[in-house]
Unconditional design. Structure first.
Length: 86
């Protein structure tokens, strides 16, 4: 898959958030509460529809019990794992 065929960063970040949230077995509502954000905001992020600020990326990472860098490194969706996300 070429660079131009990869999902944009918003979609990859959203998938990473969803994967980690599901690992923690928490709802979007619980994640939003932990992060101090609205549930629909989390939903829009997971769908790749929003471009969150760095402040909100940090809030989400903390709520997911991860360092920001680990959220990107461990849960980022790369070209090889794109079809394995479920």
């Amino acid at each position: 898959m070429s660079q131009t065929e990869r999902p944009d960063i918003k979609q990859r970040f959203g998938k990473a958030v969803r994967r980690r949230r599901r690992e923690l077995d928490i709802s979007q509502e619980e994640l939003a509460e932990r992060a101090g954000l609205h549930r629909t905001y989390i939903s829009n992020i997971e769908r790749g529809e929003l471009n969150p600020s760095l402040e909100n990326v940090e809030r989400i990472s903390i709520a997911l019990q991860l360092e920001m860098s680990n959220l990107f490194l461990q849960y980022g969706v790369d070209a090889q794992s794109e079809n394995n996300d479920g």
